[in-house]
Design a protein around this ligand. Structure first.
Ligand code: GLN
Ligand code: ZN
Length: 738
């Protein structure tokens, strides 16, 4: 075994799994039909990897929804409330809920855009190996095709650290307390796999690249000492990825009986040094993750070869691999026929990355890894040019804006988008397909903007928006207009379940050839005497939801995007737009897994936002918006952005965030969302009033804004009108009798 990958996309080159699953959900097909397509997709992956010449091939990387949920089923950790259901009904109920039975929680898989279904465990959870265990079944299925594979499992330690305590679990219960019991089941599973003929198994333990305390490291090594000591089991590859493993954790693992450990040399270049300091690795195999599993660039094979070489001498054997599963990149570059060839030649998707590994292996054997011809960018670090702070103090700006805008206390507004109706989507599709021309499309969008402005005037909102009808997606819309970005046709990546996203590719220097939003916004402003808020996507979010060039430091790329936005903001201001919102919903998402790396990240992330927004006059009001309710480690950064007004998701946490922000010294305007837009339910005047009164305990009325939690694009008009009407009434009531 010289080359392998840690995992592969499961959706199919044409998102076949998505369509098959959705057909099944809609009752258009039955379970047998879904099964057949799933089996075909698995076979395609295995045979494709074999034909590409990959050394060892993973299995059980397939999932009908999510690999963590699969693990929950595998070890029978299913909550009681789903137990009356069976098979696929039970599985999909846990994943997405059914009438009156909500789904399990879903959350982000580390700092990727993949989301997993969070296991819910309590002290009474009894694990057991289910019949027809999926890893065994898939191993045998591949074997039936003549392909020997290495089943991939979520490791028991990571599984428990990603789980949460069930709502009825007693205080102080931690899922990790169940580790011994869970290891029992893994031991049984490994025995069964060995019986089926499995030679190697892969246990994914990405949590070991995060911050672990001594007790956790002790539990981790104890678990693997047990698994390593089993008399009947396949050889074990423990996969780490997404960062650098601490010396303590690696020492703990190296002291167990496991045979191999993978290290991510792309996200965690420090891993080679850490490994070199662990003498217990001498007898083991190290798997060098040298091909980036999370980005779309062709590898510089000379560099990859050097990274591989840093592990030689540390272990008995070193093999080549991807840094993590290829789940996070699109399937096949060959599907892209209309990409600019100069961009295309620099790219590698999952299938191409496998070929790169095989080629690198051959070159290393021959002693000549070849440098890729990818354009090497500048390596000097970004320098902020000193123009990233507002010229004047917040109090001066506050007074200037108050005088100019003349807004009431508890000013009402929305987050930007209004419902994206079927007609809007049709107009966009017709325009793209050439069925309507530019003028026809512009007319349709203007009509929609006029409608949204009229509605907001009727509702008596204070600060209006144009409604974003022209935006397919808040990042893609800007990426399509900025130079340095490209779009793919089939570059889909699984985000959760059947939901896939197609991130744009930021490949070159980002510049703004022409204004991007000025026409729509000024048109909206021409229809009303009330202020219309300009609406832009911030630099961090523009990077977080794209594939970003890796030939220059991320801060430098953020700097370029920020400058393009700064120009847009200047144009909006010059065109008479007095309030401009720069959304940063992804600010927290890019936060590195290790606390030690937080400050450096926040410094450039905040710097980019400030660079984009600091060129305006005191009278121009800058807003920002973020939509998650746990700010925790970034709460200080919110203040550092120095936006005049920040709107945040707060309804589900009952405004707690307002107090948290206040305690962290935040003193600018704040718009805690007074209702949750994720549900079609219309909130009452009373509950929104109660939310506002709660917020008023810590924020003065002239700095408190009244708005929903997030944009309204996924909602329908009837509930939107009713909810906003109640929102305005709530604000009026509180103004009248505070
Ligand atoms: N302005 C965007 C909207 O209203 C913000 C979306 C977001 O926060 N994700 O849709
Ligand atoms: Zn939002």
């Amino acid at each position: 075994m010289t080359t392998t990958i840690l995992g592969y996309p499961r959706i199919g080159a044409r998102r076949e799994l998505k369509f098959a699953t959705e057909d099944y959900w809609a009752g258009r097909t039955d379970a047998a039909a879904l099964d057949e397509i799933a089996a075909r997709l698995r076979a395609e992956v295995w045979t494709g990897l074999r034909d590409a010449g990959l050394g060892t091939i993973p299995s059980n990387t397939f999932s009908l929804y999510d690999q963590v949920l699969d693990t929950t089923v595998l070890v029978d950790a299913v909550s009681d409330r789903y137990r009356h259901l069976e098979g696929l009904d039970r599985y999909f109920a846990m994943a997405r809920g059914v009438q009156d039975l909500p789904a399990l929680e879903m959350t982000k898989w580390f700092d990727t855009n993949y989301h997993y279904i969070v296991p819910e465990l309590g002290p009474d959870t009894r694990f057991g190996l289910v019949d027809g265990a999926k890893p065994i079944a898939e191993y045998l299925e591949a074997k039936g095709l003549g392909i020997e594979t290495r089943p991939v499992l979520v490791g028991p330690f990571t599984y428990l650290l990603l789980a949460k305590a069930a709502p009825d679990a007693p205080d102080g219960f931690r899922p990790l307390d169940l580790l011994d019991r869970l290891v029992d089941v893994y031991a049984e599973l490994l025995g069964r796999l060995a019986e089926a003929g499995t030679g190697w198994v892969q246990l994914d333990e990405p949590v070991v690249t995060g911050d672990l305390d001594d007790e956790e490291i002790g539990a981790l090594s104890a678990a693997y000492r047990r698994l390593g000591a089993l008399s009947r089991r396949p050889e074990i590859l423990l996969a780490t990825y997404f960062g650098t493993v601490s010396a303590e954790a690696l020492t703990g693992l190296a002291g167990t009986g496991i045979e191999a450990i993978s290290l991510d040399l792309v996200t965690g270049p420090g891993n080679a040094d850490v490994a070199a300091g662990v003498p217990e690795l001498a007898g083991k195999t190290l798997v060098a993750g040298v091909i980036d599993g999370r980005n779309v660039w062709k590898a510089d094979r000379a560099r990859a070869g050097q990274a591989y070489a840093t592990l030689l001498g540390t272990a008995a054997r070193v093999e080549l691999s991807t840094s993590c599963s290829l789940l996070h990149v699109p399937v096949d570059l060959d599907s892209e026929t209309s990409l600019d060839p100069r961009v295309r030649e620099r790219l590698a998707f999952a299938r191409q990355k496998v070929a790169e590994l095989v080629a690198l292996d051959a070159e290393l054997a021959a002693g000549t890894p070849e440098a890729a011809q990818s354009a090497a960018g500048g390596t000097e670090d970004a320098l902020w040019r000193g123009d990233d702070s507002r010229r004047t103090d917040r109090a001066v700006r506050f007074a200037a804006q108050r005088a100019k805008l003349g807004l009431p206390d508890l000013a009402t507004t929305t987050i930007g988008s209004f419902p994206q109706t079927a007609e809007i989507r049709k107009a966009r599709a017709d325009h793209k397909a050439g069925r309507i021309d530019d003028a026809g499309y512009a007319a349709a969008m203007r009509a929609e903007i006029a409608h949204v402005i009229r509605l907001q005037e009727e509702l008596a909102l204070d600060v209006l928006v144009h409604g974003e009808p022209e935006r397919n997606d808040m990042v893609q819309y800007f990426a399509e207009q900025l130079d340095g970005y490209a779009a793919t046709e089939h570059g889909w990546v699984q985000s959760y379940g059947t939901r896939c996203v197609r991130p744009p590719i930021l490949h070159g220097d980002v510049t703004r050839p022409a204004p991007m939003t000025v026409e729509w916004t000024t048109y909206a402003q021409s229809l009303t005497g009330k202020p219309v808020k300009g609406m832009l996507t911030g630099p961090v979010t523009m990077l977080a939801w794209s594939f970003v060039r890796d030939d220059q430091p991320l801060p430098r790329t953020a700097h370029q995007v920020a400058l393009a936005l700064r120009e847009e903001i200047a144009d909006l201001e010059a065109a008479g737009i007095g309030i401009i919102q720069v959304d940063e919903p992804a600010l927290r998402e890019l936060l590195p897994p290790r606390r030690a790396d937080h400050d450096a990240y926040l410094a450039w992330a905040v710097g980019a936002f400030r660079l984009a927004t600091s060129g305006v006059a005191d009278t121009t009001q800058i807003h920002t918006h973020m939509c998650y309710s746990e700010f925790g480690e970034i709460i200080g950064a919110i203040g550092a952005l120095d936006a005049d007004v920040t709107s945040v998701e707060a309804a589900r946490s009952h405004m707690e965030l307002v107090t948290d922000l206040h305690d962290a010294g935040y003193a600018n305007g704040i718009g805690p969302g007074v209702y949750d837009i994720h549900s079609p339910r219309v909130p009452t005047v009373e509950e929104m009033e109660a939310n506002l009164r709660r917020a008023l305990k810590v924020v003065p009325a002239d700095r408190l804004w009244v708005n929903p939690d997030c944009g309204l694009k996924t909602r329908g008009y009837p509930e939107t009108k009713a909810a906003l009407s109640n929102l305005v009434t709530a604000a009026q009531n509180v103004r009248a009798t505070p």
